[in-house]
Write a protein that binds this ligand. Sequence first.
Ligand SMILES: Cc1cc2nc3c(=O)[nH]c(=O)nc-3n(C[C@H](O)[C@H](O)[C@H](O)COP(=O)(O)OP(=O)(O)OC[C@H]3O[C@@H](n4cnc5c(N)ncnc54)[C@H](O)[C@@H]3O)c2cc1C
Length: 323
Amino acid sequence: MNGFQYATARSTDSARELAGEKGAYLAGGNDLLGLLKDYLIGSPEILVNIKSLPGLDKIEHGKKSWTIGSLVTVAQIEDDAEIKKTFPGLQQAAAEVASPQIRNVATVGGNLAQHSRCWYFRHRDTVCLKKNGDLCYAREGENRYHSLFTGNTCISPVVSSLATAFAALDATAIVLHDGKESRLSMNELYHRAWENPLAHNSLDNGDLILRVEIPTARSRSAYLQVSDKHAFDWALVSCAAAAEVAGGKLKSPRVALGSISPVPHQVEAANNFLDGKTLDDATASQAADMILKDAKPLAHNAYKVPLAHALIRRTLLKLKGDA
Ligand SMILES: Cc1cc2nc3c(=O)[nH]c(=O)nc-3n(C[C@H](O)[C@H](O)[C@H](O)COP(=O)(O)OP(=O)(O)OC[C@H]3O[C@@H](n4cnc5c(N)ncnc54)[C@H](O)[C@@H]3O)c2cc1C
């Protein structure tokens, strides 16, 4: 590994100052240390340990929204009985992340900002589009884990399970950018990766995710993912759905999918279609058709279309208590 300095930030301002233009924030380290050991990111001059930043490790309950600090661990979300009651889809997503050991140290901020899992990007000697090369090797190569949708030539999908659940819950990330707090929907948090192959998300160097705010409006939520391995693995496809259910009818429903697009995949027309509907298998199936209508499968990832279709149907039906 290349040499670097290490510092612990005691305030958000000092974190920003210490990181400068060539530093990186270190939270749980699960992703960042792997990237460094494999020489995958341009050697940061300094690693800024942000784990001691005050106030970012709390889950706060409000009437209209809850906030989850960016240093809250994935395990805290998994184990929080109140989250399980209020945002079951988020708790289920947290419980699917990696393994108990990783969940104990992985943070919300790090989970959202984790880098691409594309095996060409992760190969030290492959200079793909994400590393300023001129070719997406996955397009014509091994693309079974890759996107069905993208706005650019890179087909690496977002793999954060929390991002999928947050998107369905219409959560907002509050990010410290240039000394000011900005509010980003999950779509905005990843939009740059949709259009720019170099980007993993929309954060600029030095941007710090402070917390995530989740409206309580959708009292029902659910999350399902399918992976090659039952544990210790990312999703092949993940799906989250959230809604209010009144008199058996859905109100303000949202469905989001992970691991099939550089952004959590959502289709407004399908959300509108579901609004006011009573859920049954045919309705859920019609919504799934709409969500996947424009999918562009490649040589090895066409299996994701029926998989995503089944997941959408099953996740939606979980909202009314059917499996
Ligand atoms: C075998 C395995 C299976 C996995 N399966 C899953 C899965 O199913 N679903 C899933 O979601 N994840 C999965 N993961 C990934 C894992 O959850 C992430 O690596 C972890 O959540 C990253 O969090 P961290 O706190 O360790 O981040 P770090 O490694 O510390 O940071 C990751 C990145 O985020 C940046 N960062 C950290 N905090 C902030 C912040 N507050 N603001 C701005 N930038 C920040 C860092 O600079 C770095 O670039 C898996 C990992 C492994 C090893």
